[in-house]
Design a binder for this molecule. Structure first.
Ligand SMILES: Cc1cc2nc3c(=O)[nH]c(=O)nc-3n(C[C@H](O)[C@H](O)[C@H](O)COP(=O)(O)O)c2cc1C
Length: 307
């Protein structure tokens, strides 16, 4: 009998739907014992979000400061597994606070040391550098990253910004005015994520993890958008400065912190609507000269090794 655990956190339920589909054939296999563990925070984040909590989550998300968790004595965390699926979302270009908190807790080390891990992302579209941080967290836990699947909103960047804000602040995954597409990962992509489950099942059954990522890649587990890598990398540098500028001001209620967060929220809008299109124009002009670099990056970010 093989044991597989899915560790996840989700606000809307989107990531749980994805995780269930990806493990669909494991759930119905007689050879596999499949369990789900939901990460629980002592003080959960609200959903729908309000504007101040949404921006307030920025510094701790980006600096990767862990929050307090509960349910850490759950018996599911006391066993060893043939595979652990880590299903997470991105907050501010980093692994979201709940998964970061879990992976920085000592229970994660007991659970994940010398264990094959498959990471699964459900996000808006900017995940590449967050997955680098995830690779590092897994190395710190002695885990063995064997596969990665990334699902995201395929609509143009600015459309997905509008729709995700509406989703985050209303809590409803809807088509704004009946014109915009639905936010987040499309229903079709969520449904089609079942296609990965047979490869995962066979890998677990055969205990041969070395070619899992190539099998997943053949089924389109990762789509790399080079422009988003450029944006993600630049934004990491700027977020680094903003997050320490805000974090220096301590607790959520501190008015100085609130003031700095408000400045950050204006900056974020400026960056999305003014800077990103300018970066895109520069990117287009330099496009023919960066082919070799882009090819290398595509290969690297589609795979599981950490540089
Ligand atoms: C505070 C916050 C920050 C986010 N930042 C990003 C981001 O930097 N990149 C991205 O692709 N998605 C981002 N998202 C979208 C999430 O990754 C995720 O897709 C969405 O919140 C739905 O997740 P759920 O499964 O918890 O409902 C963000 C969402 C929230 C709430």
């Amino acid at each position: 009998m093989k044991n597989v655990l899915v560790v996840y956190y989700t606000q809307s339920g989107q990531l749980l739907d994805i995780a269930k589909n990806i493990t669909n054939e494991l759930a119905s296999s007689e050879d596999v014992n499949l369990s789900f563990y939901e990460i629980k925070l002592k003080e959960n984040f609200p959903f729908p979000w309000d504007k101040s909590t949404f921006y307030d989550a920025f510094p701790e998300s980006f600096i990767q400061i862990p929050a307090d968790l509960t349910d850490l004595n759950n018996p599911l965390l006391k066993q060893k597994y043939d595979l652990v699926v880590v299903a997470y979302q991105i907050w501010y270009l980093s692994p979201a606070v709940p998964i970061n908190s879990f992976l920085k807790n000592k229970v994660a080390k007991q659970l994940l040391a010398n264990t094959p891990v498959l990471t699964v992302i459900g996000c808006r579209n900017m995940w590449v550098m967050a997955q680098e941080k995830m690779k590092k967290l897994l190395v710190d836990n002695g885990a063995n990253l064997v596969g990665h699947i990334s699902l995201f909103d395929r609509h143009p960047n600015h459309i997905s910004v509008i729709t995700i804000f509406d989703w985050a602040f209303s809590g409803v995954k809807k088509r704004i005015l009946g014109i915009f597409p639905k936010p987040g990962v499309s229903d079709k992509d969520i449904e089609n994520s079942k296609r990965f489950s047979n490869d995962i099942l066979q890998t677990v059954q055969s205990n041969k993890y070395t070619d899992l990522q190539d099998k997943l890649l053949n089924k389109g587990a990762v789509v790399i958008k080079p422009f988003l890598i450029v944006t993600d990398k630049r934004a990491q540098i700027i977020f680094d400065k903003w997050s320490s500028f805000v974090y220096k001001k301590g607790k959520a209620k501190d008015p100085k912190r609130q003031f700095r967060l408000q400045m950050f929220s204006y900056y974020l809008m400026f960056a999305i609507w003014i800077i990103a299109p300018l970066v895109f124009i520069v990117y287009l002009f330099t496009f023919p000269f960066t082919m070799a670099k882009r090819k290398k990056e595509k290969y690297y970010y589609s795979h599981t090794k950490l540089k």
